[in-house]
Design a protein around this ligand. Sequence first.
Ligand code: MN
Length: 286
Amino acid sequence: MRICRFDDNRLGVVTEKGIHDVTELLPQLPAWTYPLPVFDPLVENLPKLRSALEQQSKQSAPKPLKGVRLLSPVANPGKIIAAPVNYKKHLEEVLAQKELHHGNLINEIHRAGLFLKATSSLIGAGQRIELVHLDRRNDHEVELAVVIGKPARNVSAANALDHVAGYCIGLDITIRGPEERSFRKSPDTYTVLGPWLVTADELDDPSRLSFSIAVNGEIRQDANTDDLVLGVKELIELASSFYTLHPGDVILTGTPQGVGPVRPGDVLFARMDRIGEMRVEVVAAK
Ligand code: MN
């Protein structure tokens, strides 16, 4: 199943016919009061809502994808986890270019571990990337994004995929420079998730997905998740050995070679096997 959020926080199921609006099911989610949970209530309750989503989507007339503004399919992730230099050729390109490493010590992922991006950086494909610090290099990074579905703590790689709700395309927009990664990658709008969530039952093997990103029609990154240093299972094992993963937590699995600058006015077009494609506009922040 492909689940999206769009326009004024509406919920949709995407089929080949378009978007079926199923917003009227949202009141079935438990009503949370303060303090709010550390997980995403929709993702947490997806298994329970599943049959109602299927029923309701059949009764709802499809609307064309083109006419809607896609939001992040996960509204309230507790954390956005990201993997640095998780493709060997990307590690080589970072080490080779001063404007990428800025004298920072670049370790392979086994030594570097994972980092976090601010959840306030998250947008969907129909929103716009608003660049800040235009005097500095702002780069695109396209990645497979994993959305956790069930709590995970000290999960082995062998069982890791049982904890996945689904997958999206992720963009990890990055200011290059000497500061900590989390600081340079956390401005508002610097994480894009979309175009929708493809549930794990539809994508049983995330280890062989080809994907790409084009800037103004020119392909910049073109790779396959085959080449991940730590695959999805191993990333979940590593992350869950440090902290509990909660439903709705997002793991950006790392970007391949070919990172490059984006500027106001650029149009990004990202696609990934078995997930879909998305167009995202880049502007200057006001
Ligand atoms: Mn990245």
